[in-house]
Design a protein around this ligand. Structure first.
Ligand code: DC
Length: 228
């Protein structure tokens, strides 16, 4: 049963809301295993682009999914994967992947496959999983659901800073446009759109430090685990 006894902290929210850093650190504090679910959607996108699949054609993307061979492993309290024996690594963060991933993540066959894989990851132990539909679709029964949000300009500033570090250049205006486009697609898609999951604790991170957000979540998880 994917949704029953195994403990899962679900952390959802829009791009650059602070989910990744927060989820990683929450996992570290709890000693649980971190899962970046977006990396799987990026993985399918990376493969599609490499194989010349037109990512704007859902049926072409759907046809690729059954051909992919995934292997999941756990190292340093995080889940990693290879696709057809290859570790996509930093290529998952490249601009072409970034721009095409929302279209790929909107394909129902891609989502159905990835949701199944994500549920199986509980085999690695208690999880802290970040994404867009973790509390709403992947593990709707977990009581440990959080939805992180932040003002769009603050999110664009954060992402621009990350990009400047990774790629040596960034432009907040362009990042703001790109985030708005992706959030729009993620929220408007018919299958599992980005939404606040039922029962999630909403945390606006605009004026909070990473450490404050982590402390809020860890405290809530420990409260939930404590005997009455
Ligand atoms: O979190 P991220 O930026 O790596 O996500 C990449 C894309 O995948 C983004 O368009 C949202 C989508 N995604 C999703 O639809 N469902 C998830 N659980 C995680 C990511």
């Amino acid at each position: 049963m994917p949704n029953s006894a195994s403990s899962v902290v679900a952390i959802d929210g829009p791009s650059a809301s602070g989910k990744s850093t927060v989820a990683r650190r929450v996992a570290g504090e709890l000693g649980w295993v971190y899962v970046d679910s977006g990396a799987l959607y990026r993985g399918v996108t990376w493969k599609a682009l490499r194989e010349g699949v037109d990512t704007s054609r859902p049926e072409a993307v759907a046809a690729l999914v059954p051909r992919l061979v995934w292997e999941f492993s756990e190292a340093q309290r995080a889940v990693h994967f290879t696709m057809d024996g290859e570790d996509p690594g930093l290529q998952l963060r490249s601009e072409p992947v970034r721009e095409a991933v929302s279209d790929v993540a909107a394909v129902p066959e891609v989502r159905a496959f990835i949701v199944g894989e994500l549920r199986r990851l509980t085999a690695f132990g208690p999880l802290v999983m970040e994404g867009r539909d973790i509390g709403s679709v992947v593990f709707p029964l977990t009581p440990l659901k959080f939805y992180l949000d932040a003002d769009p300009l603050e999110r664009a500033r954060r992402r621009a800073q990350e990009l400047a570090q990774a790629e040596g250049r960034s432009d907040v205006g362009r990042v703001l446009d790109s985030l708005a486009r992706r959030d729009g697609k993620d929220s408007a898609r018919p299958t599992a759109p980005l939404q606040i999951p039922l029962g999630a604790q909403v945390i606006n991170t605009t004026a909070l430090s990473i450490a404050q957000v982590v402390a809020l979540i860890v405290a809530a998880v420990r409260r939930a685990a404590a005997p009455p």
